[in-house]
Design a protein around this ligand. Structure first.
Ligand SMILES: *[C@@H]1O[C@H](CO)[C@@H](O)[C@H](O)[C@H]1NC(C)=O
Ligand SMILES: *[C@@H]1O[C@H](CO)[C@@H](O)[C@H](O)[C@H]1NC(C)=O
Ligand SMILES: *[C@@H]1O[C@H](CO)[C@@H](O)[C@H](O)[C@H]1NC(C)=O
Ligand SMILES: *[C@@H]1O[C@H](CO)[C@@H](O)[C@H](O)[C@H]1NC(C)=O
Length: 516
């Protein structure tokens, strides 16, 4: 089952980016919130000791202000001092100004460029629609009713015009993410003008732009896409944190989940399929509740309804994602559209039972059935789930391997470095399609980390401080691989379909045998 799904992988060599990413790129400052001061001191001496011995290729910390200056000691390579620029809220005047001491160019000292993971190739696919026509100002003007905000970058500075308020603070955290990209690669992000929609539903439906009198579709950035839509897929806000439900930035979450994974070994996990979430966001999720354990049936499924209001009152005691890797199987089911839960579920080392999704996010099109997850049809979910769990408990090695492969993939795909590089290439390719020179809209406001975070309070501020990029990158973004050949995309879809059919055949045989 492994060799004919090549399109989905072929990126195993990118795994080392995490180690560099945590320490030298985004800075040690972000670790502060994670560990107590005692462990911090122990950690400090460990690093000092380790780097003396030269068996850890990480920077040494110097100076009295912890985390302010990092002295790079790349073995015998050139030594240079890297200055960090933490959030500077010293200017209390209103409107707040953006400090002008952040570097406006970045000078990578590593010339070697790695190729980005394969899933970056979907960038070409998502922009395909505008390849021949280009993107005109008129298209953007026409897309305004479908967008929550417009983001313009001119000479490395960002400007935002808000059109309407989306749910919670999704837009603010999305803008924050883009601001951090500007800090990671200063001087590298081209001028651009884009529309962003922060809701759930896809906005630009293909069917609205067909027929003889059809206008060309406006380009709108969004967190998810689907076969029938043209939304341009962009990483969602949770990579920088989800304040309303106490979810930390992705890098920190992943670390916590991995630590949680070590608490209960796969064999010792509860041999059932687990899901916890809010069912009342989609009819399919409500329907899914019928698979739960009852006096009449046991579909090997254990479901828990998340009441966020109650969780908020009780301090998120039962919703901690790192405490939810206790079952051998975890179920992924879409919400109103895609669900941000996907990456947390896949990271658990449990086998993910994926109820056939209709929507995709920027990385999910490169997941392969029976390799990274087990496919479940949405029509016969309960019986499919029962079969999958029983199969897994009969074939523990294989089930465990699928679980591990899914987690490993997430860890390698979704280093923050890759997330930023994906954003970088998507914006870069997008800007190449613009037929006009972006200018600052009259109603747009200049935004930077300071205008965005300084006036925030509590967790809203904490998440931003934690996920902040404190100095420019030391290396270039990865190199964007070429587009998929159309036949390769079709072949991969066919393969997925074939594997799914195979699983369905096993299911049918199993149920026939039981009822005979
Ligand atoms: C913070 O910004 C102000 C100007 O807004 C500047 O004078 C000051 O030097 C900055 N502080 C740091 C630590 O960069
Ligand atoms: C296209 O536009 C023409 C002229 O305005 C109109 O007569 C025709 O009905 C339109 N066709 C469709 C499919 O809307
Ligand atoms: C599912 O069943 C379990 C066990 O009976 C129960 O604790 C849980 O509350 C049920 N979940 C839902 C969403 O009703
Ligand atoms: C699991 O093993 C039992 C006992 O060998 C067998 O009866 C059952 O059909 C198997 N189920 C699956 C789904 O493989």
């Amino acid at each position: 089952m492994g060799d004919h799904v090549n399109l989905f992988h072929g990126f195993w060599s990118y795994g080392d980016q995490m180690i560099h990413g945590c320490f030298s790129k985004v800075g040690l400052g972000r670790l502060k919130g994670l560990v107590s001061s005692t462990t911090m001191i122990v950690f400090f001496f460990f690093i000092l000791f380790a780097s003396r011995l030269n068996w850890m290729d990480i920077p040494i910390i110097r100076g009295s202000q912890f985390g302010q200056i990092i002295f790079s000691s790349r073995s015998t390579k050139k030594h240079h001092e890297r200055i960090e620029f933490p959030l500077n809220c010293s200017d209390s005047g209103l409107p707040r100004k953006c400090p002008d001491n952040y570097p406006s160019v970045f000078e990578p000292d590593e010339s070697s460029i790695k190729t980005c993971p394969d899933y970056f190739r979907w960038i070409h696919q998502d922009l395909q629609q505008w390849k021949s026509s280009g993107i005109t100002k008129e298209m953007i003007e026409r897309g305004k009713p479908s967008a929550h905000f417009r983001l313009v970058i001119v000479k490395g500075k960002a400007y935002v015009e808000k059109y309407s308020k989306p749910y919670q603070t999704r837009d603010a955290f999305t803008v924050w993410g883009i601001l951090q990209l500007l800090r990671l690669y200063p001087g590298k992000i081209p001028d651009l003008d884009l529309l962003f929609y922060s809701g759930d539903k896809t906005m630009i439906k293909k069917r609205d732009y067909q027929g003889p009198n059809a206008t060309s579709p406006p380009p709108v950035f969004h967190y998810c896409g689907e076969e029938e839509a043209l939304d341009i897929v962009f990483p969602d806000w949770t990579f920088w944190g989800w304040a309303e439900v106490n979810i930390m930035p992705w890098e920190e979450m992943l670390k916590a989940i991995k630590k949680g994974n070590e608490r209960v070994k796969w064999e010792e996990r509860t041999p059932y399929a687990y899901w916890r979430g809010n069912p009342y966001v989609a009819a399919d999720r409500v329907d899914f509740l019928k698979c739960n354990l009852s006096d009449k049936y046991d579909w090997n499924v254990r479901l828990y309804s998340q009441d966020w209001r109650k969780e908020i009152k009780q301090g998120f005691k039962h919703s901690k994602l790192e405490d939810q890797c206790t079952h051998r199987y975890k179920i992924y089911i879409e919400g109103a559209t895609w669900s941000v839960s996907e990456k947390y579920i896949l990271a658990c080392d449990s086998m993910t039972l994926m109820i056939k999704p209709k929507y995709f996010d920027f990385f999910s099109r490169s997941l392969a059935p029976l390799q990274h997850y087990w496919p479940i049809s949405s029509k016969s979910k309960c019986s499919d789930l029962k079969f999958a769990v029983e199969w897994g408990n009969n074939h523990t090695d294989k089930a465990q391997a699928i679980g591990k492969a899914g987690s490993k993939l997430i860890e390698q795909f979704l280093t923050m470095r890759n997330v930023y590089d994906y954003m970088f290439h998507l914006l870069n390719e997008y800007s190449k399609l613009l037929k006009f020179k972006p200018t600052i809209p009259s109603k747009a406001k200049r935004v930077c980390s300071e205008t965005t975070a300084c006036s925030e309070k509590g967790l809203y501020k904490e998440l931003k401080v934690k996920s902040m990029v404190k100095s420019p990158s030391e290396k270039l973004p990865c190199a964007l691989p070429p587009p998929y050949e159309p036949h390769a995309i079709q072949a991969s879809l066919d393969t997925k379909e074939k594997i799914t059919r195979q699983v369905e055949t096993w299911e049918t045989e199993y149920w026939n045998e039981l009822t005979n």
